[in-house]
Design a protein around this ligand. Structure first.
Ligand code: ATP
Ligand code: MG
Length: 516
């Protein structure tokens, strides 16, 4: 439904709202409106205030200022329960599902059907199955959440929120854990919700997605609203310019690097059912890309390369010596570090300070006997905060209070602090804004220039093409092709990952996309 057809159907009106945290005005006098049946994109750099604005709506704060009206009525949203009551559903940037309990318990938390004093199990399972069907998931609702993949968990979260029949639905980077095929499915779900008159706020750093799905876009910078525009009346460049307050050019600038001898040699490595007979020779100072479709086995391979999982066959050598040990810590001692896809589960301690997180991998090196000296790590922490422009640059800040993109930078800082010989990066720039992405790319290049070997797993094709010296294409657990950067472009990678070995053939008809 076009916005102009629907002027009367204002589902949400935020008038002059502000929210302060000690030392920061996260949202500064913002007015924001969404129509029923509209998809309204909200964009801005990391820390611009997007999540805070929406958390205000979801009842996370009892001390915001300004007015919020839902369906024309001013409401007080001082708790999540109040927000739910007024029909506000929020899918958070960081997944909020409780892990050890089952899908059905998650989906129906707080409203499990009862028969007398007992749980009506059959009805619960039927309700859960219905909700899962809504998001196109065919899963056994009895499974524990920890047994399903991250993208499935993301869809379960969406199903859960939809189960409350919201009239306003906020999605804060809903696609950060989804492959492109799954994003397509999500878009169908969104289209459906829109047709039902639900107002949708969609936060994303991925501008092509916004042009694909949104009716209007609001741009925020430094806690303030810069503009709201119909999507047909603005270009990608204009959005970026408004986000960063300057125009961004020269996105990828390839620096000179010298590539040395073979550092990391992987011979006939297999983990049955995941990947088979993988051979890699990665050199000192080289950035080696790994590209593949969803389910190609990239993350499984990474997990074996860093000691999280065992290989069934094959060997690994680092600077001519066999890699030994049975844990991530053993591998890290030998100089192999891993930036995970999922910063919450495997990467960061959200309750701890930034410096504790950055130094977490090198506690042993900073300790004499059993005494850990944090101050010895101080200079490294300061250097990394400044190199990665982590904002706010305060090492004592609790990591859970940083914006999503800044959490990602802290995670990278942690592995850079370990001065690895091999760094394996799995989707290093997911959820970070365009400026932060450039910063992260510059640090990856600098690391390679200093001699580190980098294995880069990414679904972001321009990132692979822009950064890598060579790209290996993985499909269904096998390496099927290698391309030097001089021969790479996005289209040929996409075709190769889809199993199309020749250039040109079938290009126009190829619809499958590269995903996580
Ligand atoms: N709980 C908190 N305590 C203190 N400061 C906070 C808290 N939550 C957010 N902030 C600060 O408020 C500002 C806005 O953060 P917010 O999370 O809204 O950004 P964002 O636009 O969602 O960024 P991203 O794209 O990185 O997710 C940032 O400066 C952030 O550090
Ligand atoms: Mg955010």
């Amino acid at each position: 439904m076009a916005v102009s057809d629907n002027q009367i159907g204002l589902a949400l009106e935020m008038r002059h709202v502000s929210k302060r945290f000690p030392g920061t005005i996260a949202v500064d006098d913002v007015s924001f409106e969404v129509f029923a049946g509209e998809v309204h994109a909200l964009v801005g750099e990391n820390g611009a205030g997007k999540s805070t604005l929406m958390k205000m709506l979801a009842g996370s704060f009892d001390d915001y200022s300004g007015d919020i009206a839902v369906n024309g009525k001013v409401v007080t949203l001082h708790s999540p329960t109040m927000a739910k009551k007024f029909g506000i559903g929020m899918i958070y940037q960081e997944l909020s599902l409780a892990r050890p309990i089952s899908i059905v318990e998650n989906l129906l938390a707080g409203r499990l059907p009862r028969k007398g004093p007992f749980l009506d199990k059959k009805r619960a399972l039927d309700m859960a199955a219905g909700l899962l069907k809504h998001v196109g998931l065919d899963l056994d609702p009895n499974l524990p959440i920890e047994d399903i993949s991250q993208h499935e968990a993301q869809l379960v979260e969406i199903a859960k929120v939809l189960g409350n029949n919201p009239c306003i639905l906020v999605m804060d980077e809903p696609t950060s854990a989804l492959s492109r095929e799954e994003v397509q499915r999500l878009f169908e779900i969104i289209q459906n919700l829109k047709n039902r008159g639900i107002a949708i706020v969609y936060i994303s750093h991925h501008l092509p997605e916004i042009f694909g799905i949104a009716d209007r876009v609001t741009i925020m910078r430094d806690g303030k609203k810069v503009a709201t525009r119909p999507i047909g009346e603005i270009t990608r460049e204009e959005i970026v310019q408004m986000m960063v307050g300057r125009s961004v050019k020269d996105f990828y600038k390839r620096g000179e690097r010298s590539i040395g001898e073979v550092r990391f040699r992987i011979k006939n490595l297999s983990r049955f059912g995941f990947f088979h007979e993988v051979n890699i020779e990665a050199r000192k100072g080289e950035i080696l890309g790994i590209c593949g479709l969803s389910g190609a086995g990239r993350t499984e391979l990474a997990r074996v390369l860093v000691g999280l999982d065992r290989a069934d066959e094959g060997s690994m050598e680092l600077d001519g010596k066999p890699v030994s040990g049975s844990s991530m810590a053993d591998f890290l001692d030998q100089g192999i570090a891993y930036l995970t896809e999922d910063r919450k589960i495997e990467g960061l301690a959200l309750r701890l300070a930034m410096d504790d997180n950055i130094l977490a991998a090198i506690v042993d090196r900073l300790s004499a006997g059993s005494i850990f000296s944090k101050s010895k790590g101080g200079p490294a922490v300061s250097r990394l905060i400044s190199e990665l422009s982590i904002n706010p640059p305060d090492p004592s800040r609790t990591v859970g209070n940083l914006s999503g993109g800044n959490q990602q930078k802290v995670l990278l800082a942690k592995w850079l602090a370990s001065e690895p010989r091999v760094l394996i990066l799995d989707e290093p720039t997911r959820g970070v804004d365009i400026g932060a992405k450039m910063t992260i790319h510059a640090s990856i290049e600098k690391l390679a220039r200093e001699g580190c070997t980098v294995l880069l797993i990414s679904s972001d094709l321009p990132e692979l093409v822009g950064l890598c010296d060579r790209i290996l294409i993985m499909r269904k657990g096998h390496f099927i092709r290698e391309m030097p950067w001089s021969e790479c472009d996005e289209e040929s990678l996409l075709l190769a990952a889809n199993g199309d070995m020749g250039r040109g053939a079938g290009a126009a008809g190829t619809t499958a996309k590269v995903g996580a």
